[in-house]
Design a protein around this ligand. Sequence first.
Ligand code: BV8
Length: 258
Amino acid sequence: MEIAGGIDLLREEGARLLVLTGAGVSAESGLRTFRDSNGLWEEHRVEDVASPEGFDRDPQLVWRFYSMRRNQAKTVEPNPGHRALAEVEKRLGDRFMLVTQNVDGLHQRAGSERVIEIHGSLFRTKCSGCDLEPFDDHAAYLEGTLPTCDNCEKRGGNSLLRPDIVWFGEMLDPAHLQAIDAFMRRAAGKPFVFIAAGTSGAVWPAAGLVNQARSLGASTILVNAEPAENTARFHRFVQGKSASALPALFDLNASNNR
Ligand code: BV8
């Protein structure tokens, strides 16, 4: 299979692997992707609901959107694609990094530990008005009251709490981008593979990571059910469903993959 070139690299001494995942990797767990939900969610475009303007306009609608996804994510299980990535991490250790655009927590539930959630997490909440440390929160705010910040109240304010999510128009955490950049720079000059899986390549700056990886010598592979917006930026394209394509790609059953 033409793909072997990229993956053979992983068998070389000191090989490094950076994986970027998107909503497609969670599709076979039963979570809807953005492509199939855009504009379908209560007649709102996701970009309108997943934005600070959308939250200012209708915080109840946004909390309903994220609370429904919180509840749904709790009812599904990681799939073999998530588990394959957790297994590869066990074998590569600190020569592996997983960057996910997903906020559903399924990578962690599959055993992945070296995960950067560049778009935040469904299960963390933060204050929209003060520097309160984001905290774990599995509560659903579907109707009626909107959660407000106790920390602000102590200071006489009452800012709304909001999902700890990076919305459209908001900057990603610079620490995340620095960690990704540092990993890639350490990989430069060594056997280095970049894999993007289950992502349409539509959202930036995540969609640009392949370019950064290529510029540092990575062999780049896209694993996706259909061509993505940035397919042409990858050396190889494996068209398929990630729950089967990722375990096959890593050939996890073969003994020669030690
Ligand atoms: C920022 C919130 C500074 C959490 C999300 C440069 C050029 C153009 C635009 C921009 C740019 N820089 C910034 C922008 C603006 C914007 C952007 O990219 N807009 C797009 C729409 C054009 N970016 C931002 O605002 C970012 N902030 O850069 O700040 C700035 C700001 C403004 C202007 C300049 C600079 C912040 C982006 C983060 C937004 N938050 N999520 C949440 O609610 O989930 S993004 C959201 O989309 C999710 O995180 C999601 O993961 C992500 C991307 O979608 P995908 O994961 O790729 O999912 P999608 O459904 O699109 O595709 C799924 C794919 O899987 C499909 O291809 C499908 O075929 C495939 N698939 C399906 N099933 C399977 C499968 N593949 C394999 N197996 C299967 N079974």
